[in-house]
Design a protein around this ligand. Sequence first.
Ligand SMILES: [Zn+2]
Ligand SMILES: [Zn+2]
Length: 81
Amino acid sequence: MQQNSRVALAFGMCPSENKIKTELRSCAACGEPISDRYLLEVGGCTWHGSCLRCCVCLSPLDRQPSCFLRERQVYCKADYT
Ligand SMILES: [Zn+2]
Ligand SMILES: [Zn+2]
């Protein structure tokens, strides 16, 4: 029991423990966790800025004012309509 409390104390003092966030979201496109702060949220899903691109013309949508989601596929305005 003494050893257990010692382990807990070591964890509490570990500075990197504070950096771990439980709210880490995974990218809807590539499935990788998004640890960078450049994260896009579209239709309840999160995306890497570099992963959010139109599935038809492959143009990046992270700079577009709007993009469209249908069945987890992302479209630019021209390809969605
Ligand atoms: Zn991604
Ligand atoms: Zn497109």
